[in-house]
Every structure is written in C-alpha cells, then in structure tokens.
Design a protein around this ligand. Sequence first.
Ligand SMILES: *Cc1c(COP(=O)(O)O)cnc(C)c1O
Length: 356
Amino acid sequence: MVPPMTMDYQSPLRLKLDRDALISNYRWLKQLCDGAACGAAIKANGYGLGAVEVMRHLLDAGCRDFFVATWAEAQAIEPLLRDFEGRAGLSVLHGVRAEDMEIALASRARPVLNSAQQIARWKEAGGGPCDVMIDTGMNRLGLSLNDLDLSLFDGLKVDVLMSHLVNAEEDQPLNDVQRTLFMQARGQIPAQRYSLANSAGLCLGRDYHFDLTRPGLALYGGIAHPACEGSIRPVVTPQAEILQRRTVCGGEAVGRGADYVAHRTMETATINLGYADGYSRIISGMGAAMKDGARLPVIGRVSMDLLSIDVMDKPELREGDWVDIDYDLSMTSLLAGISQYELLAGLGQRFDRYWV
Ligand SMILES: *Cc1c(COP(=O)(O)O)cnc(C)c1O
C-alpha cells in the first residue's frame, strides 16, 4: 500500500534557523536607520529561509513593510497580511503584468509600478495605493528619469517612491550620483514615503535612509557591507544526516569522477547534501562539515544529492548521526566565488526548515 502523503516525513536534511539572530540583525539595522522605518525584503521565499516564518518573526520585532518579487510570493503571505490588516504592508517589486491584474486588484499587497504601461494599467483598472520604482542608474526595472512625463502621476496614489542602488557594498561615486538623482525625483514626484537603501545602502549613513529602508541580505546573516562585520549574526545552519560510514583504502577513489584518491587508509562519511540542495559543486574541496568544534573537510566532488566528508578525527560518528555544515556566508562566498545572495537563495526544497 502507498503510504498517505500526510504521513510525517522527516528529511535527512535540515536548515536550522536562528530566530534570535534574525531579530538581532533586524534591530541592529533598525537602530542604524535612526528614525527612518526599516522594512524587509523577503522575496525568493525569504532568501531561502521561508518567507512566511521570516515575516512572522519580523512582525514580532516591529517590522511593518515587506517586499516580495511576484504575486505568487505575495499570495503565500496573504494570510499574514490579513491578520495584520492595516498595520503591515507588502509591496510586489515586479509590478503588474496584464495577467497579474485580477490577483493584484484583489490582494492586500501593493504593486511597485515600474513603467508607464504599468501605471496606465493600474490607473485604468481603478487600482488603489501603489508604489513606484524609478531608475537612477541600475537600468533594470523602473521609470527612466530622462523623459519622465509627470502627468503619469495624476490621480495615482503613491505610497512609496523607490529606487535601487547598484553597488552600495562598495564606497564609490555612483552611490552619491544615485542619491542625488533620487533627491531630484523626490522633489518632483509626490508620494507618502521615499525609499532608496537596501542592506548595503543602509550602512552608507543617514543620507541614504529617507523614510524607509529595505534590507534583505543582512537580515539573513549576510555581510552586505564591511560595517556589518561583527554585528550581523549568522542565521542559517544547514545540517545533514550521515547515510553511511566507510573505510576507504589507500589508492581508492571517493565520489563521482574519482576527483579524490585516498593516499592512505581513511574513514569517510557520506551525507545527504548535494548541489540540488544549493550546495554548489564549486564548494568541493573547500567546504567542511562541523561536529563539536571539529572540522570535517568535504572530500571529492559534490554530487547532486550526496557528498563525502573526512571523519578520521571522529571515530564515534556513525550512520544516523547529524553534522552541521560550515556555511559562513562571507567566507564561502569569498572562497567559492558564489555571491552570498546565491548561497542563501539557492537553498533547496529538500531541507526541513526549523527555527530555534
Ligand atoms: C532585493 C531587494 C532589496 C534588498 O536588497 P539586499 O541587498 O538584499 O539588502 C531591496 N530593494 C529591492 C528593490 C530589491 O529588489
């Protein structure tokens, strides 16, 4: 008989998520804002952590402004918005396509209108309050300031007028260029609130905060800017179960492609984690699992669902035991050349996510 799908399945792969660290990161960012409101980007399922749970915890911490990319993401959060009716807002960054309109008009979330067409579409449908994105140098999404027709805004109820910084993680002239353009737009386009800064932008100081900031990465433990070092706490720890422990003789290979050959007899453990879970093959050879402070290096190639670690120093580890995965975001990013954003957002669907 096929077991019912409702049976509690416990994955051999978990993401341990630290609520206190998330809230502590939020408070640290909020205190930097010095009076401006501090929102939260929770797109891409809360950067891989789980958008609903992240939003719940941040609501507890006093956060009231949230940002997702798509209407599907907004719908997943709609129940929480209902519970906080009128007290928390959600913005959908990618705006409204024609096929989004029905959902958007029924939703409590606001679209972030990015183009003249989107504004026309929203006005024509009699849509309520909205946000507007303007482009100040990213050339990705948003109204271009060059040939801006201000009559577009007639009759439009703009809550947040926003723009997005290109590269605030680095101290470079473009930050100030974008800030200046944004100030000019603020003088021309009426809105309830103005918002420019992401995590890194928030670290650039009060001039960048305006009324509302929109951090993402730093909330989840990313070192978005050197100023985060020592203050932003890690939130995410992947954990994997040992599926098998083996003895490998000198001269034998470990893993796909025989990339690794044991030079002497050694002990390995095979764990339930691979690139399909977001643990990139590029981390092969530099990653490690951790157990009680001991570092257990990844050996051989990371496969789709499996990898091997060296457990020579941990004779007591066996099948069914769990190990933590070293997932220091800035170090892994530096060594593997994978951005901290990708390291988080790539964390797959096979993890059981649990908050401590
Ligand atoms: C993702 C995103 C953010 C958050 O950026 P971080 O660099 O993760 O802090 C803010 N604003 C917009 C428009 C975004 O798309």
